[in-house]
Design a protein around this ligand. Structure first.
Ligand SMILES: [Zn+2]
Length: 212
């Protein structure tokens, strides 16, 4: 008896890496865009600093930018919650990032959600110039709405990494930034006391109570 042996395609896992591999090809001229996003306390800035420090170890020219409005910890650096830091240039408008030096190979941008909508085009322009662009920012505001230019950059980026915090109520992965303080302003700095990370379910429960 003869069996028909069908060649099965390789499982998808053969092609899809589960870890971020920091692609870097010396002879590759084209740049690319990476996004690191998530809720508050998820370690976005830590991950941005980690990638930028590794690029420096690889002797690459690195420049870092942040919005002028972000002055929580230090006005000339990006600082993570665990106080790792890296020098950064505060800029008032995304277009100023286009003044990155020609020899700069890696451009880091922190707190992307506070920039204007033009940031997406700026990232594309820099990637077009052959630079590796690494963007960190909040994906959603405290209402659960996609935040500023971040969703657009996620759409045009080659690599998107969502990082998570831990829900302070149940210990599951947190994706939402729940705001404890009252008020309608989307940009509310000075965070730690004002927000807490929550999973979808604990966030929804609290929002329901707020509406009662
Ligand atoms: Zn929870």
């Amino acid at each position: 008896m003869q069996f028909l042996i069908r060649k099965r395609p390789l499982p998808l896992t053969k092609f899809i890496g589960t870890l971020f591999l920091e692609p870097h090809f010396n002879d590759q001229r084209a740049g690319w865009i990476e996004v690191v996003c998530g809720c508050m306390f998820s370690g976005k800035t830590e991950e941005l600093i980690r990638r930028l420090k590794r690029a420096k170890i690889a002797s690459m020219n690195v420049e870092v930018f942040k919005p002028g409005v972000d002055t929580r910890y230090d006005d000339k650096a990006i600082v993570s919650h665990d106080t790792a830091s890296l020098k950064a240039v505060p800029v008032e408008h995304s277009s100023k990032i286009l003044s990155a030096k020609p020899e700069t190979e890696v451009v880091g941008i922190d707190e992307a959600q506070f920039f204007d909508e033009g940031l997406s085009d700026v990232c594309q322009e820099l990637a077009g110039r052959g630079k590796r662009v690494i963007v960190a920012g909040l994906d959603m505001d405290y209402r659960g709405i996609p935040f500023g230019p971040v969703p657009n950059i996620m759409a045009v980026a080659e690599y998107v990494t969502k990082v998570h915090a831990i829900c302070v109520h149940c210990g599951n992965l947190a994706t939402h930034s729940y705001r404890l303080a009252e008020g309608d302003s989307v940009v509310l700095l000075g965070e730690k006391e004002q927000y807490e990370p929550r999973c979808r379910s604990c966030y929804a429960k609290a929002e329901k109570l707020r509406l009662v």
